[in-house]
Design a protein around this ligand. Structure first.
Ligand SMILES: [Zn+2]
Length: 279
């Protein structure tokens, strides 16, 4: 959750984790992480791009894609308009190209504030294109997740994105380009069960909710009592599902190091050769 303003434009905010009052200046400097309890508040996709990749290196692509209300689902069209007005985004994913320490990467970042970051046809297409560009241009792919799952208003069309995005991951694998996925709060359901969990390297922000069906659904399904830390990044890390838990302050350095380790500087030259051949 984003930190709550006590008053519009106020100098103080309330942490959504420990509920303590925070100075806005300190909060901003701390990348929206609470200095008391380490709660990582949700942030807009473009803010994350700015904080993660080289300054002014992000170039947005796929900007012409718009969701359609194919099924005429009740109130979906109105919800899309309201989400666009609220977030000034056209869907829950921002995708394009960026650089990490001058190494080119194909990137997509989810924004939970657009209909819970849900994956419909447009979000699925943007993820697919991000992975396909990585494969075609021989550059690493980095995707940040923040989603409650598939977008129910698009029915089977949204579920189909799970297969489509997973197939795009395979394209990267076939040409040997690395795909790194970052789980942020929350990474759930259809997103976790498709492109998110099959990355080459998976890291997560602390305490992010990570799971398929939520704790309430699991209890209803007769699982019984679940552990207190059920479906947290720490819980899934303990069970070997992710590779590391990385605080937001260390995310840029960690991703840079991963891309270098996985051969990002080689992709820098190889990517330009492939681009020349494609031109
Ligand atoms: Zn706190």
């Amino acid at each position: 959750m984003s930190a709550k303003s006590l008053k519009q434009g106020d100098a103080f905010l309330q942490c959504q984790g420990c509920k303590k009052i925070l100075f806005r200046v300190d909060f901003e400097q701390n990348l929206h992480v609470c200095g008391y309890c380490n709660h990582h508040h949700r942030i807009p996709a473009l803010t994350r791009m700015r904080w993660t990749f080289d300054e002014d290196s992000f170039e947005e692509l796929d900007t012409d894609l718009r969701s359609l209300d194919t099924l005429k689902f009740p109130e979906y069209a109105e919800k899309l308009v309201a989400a666009e007005e609220k977030t000034r985004m056209h869907d829950s994913i921002v995708s394009g190209r960026a650089k990490l320490d001058d190494m080119p990467v194909s990137v997509a970042v989810a924004d939970f504030s657009f209909m819970g970051g849900s994956m419909g046809s447009v979000a699925g297409e943007k993820i697919t294109r991000t992975l396909e560009r990585a494969a075609q241009q021989r550059i690493p792919a980095i995707i940040f997740c923040a989603s409650g799952g598939a977008r129910m208003q698009e029915g089977i069309l949204s579920l189909m994105q799970m297969a489509k995005t997973s197939a795009a991951v395979q394209q990267c694998r076939e040409v040997g380009v690395p795909y790194i996925c970052v789980f942020t709060d929350p990474t759930m359901a259809g997103v976790l069960a498709s492109y998110a969990s099959i990355a080459d390297v998976i890291v997560a922000e602390p305490k992010s909710l990570v799971g398929f069906a939520g704790a309430r659904v699991a209890k209803q399904a007769g699982v019984g009592k679940v552990p207190d830390d059920f479906q947290t990044a720490e819980f899934v890390f303990k069970h070997g599902m992710i590779d590391a838990i990385v605080p937001r302050k260390e995310m840029r350095a960690t991703l840079t190091s991963l891309v270098k380790t996985l051969g990002g500087h080689l992709f820098l030259s190889l990517g330009s050769v492939v681009k020349e051949k494609m031109a």
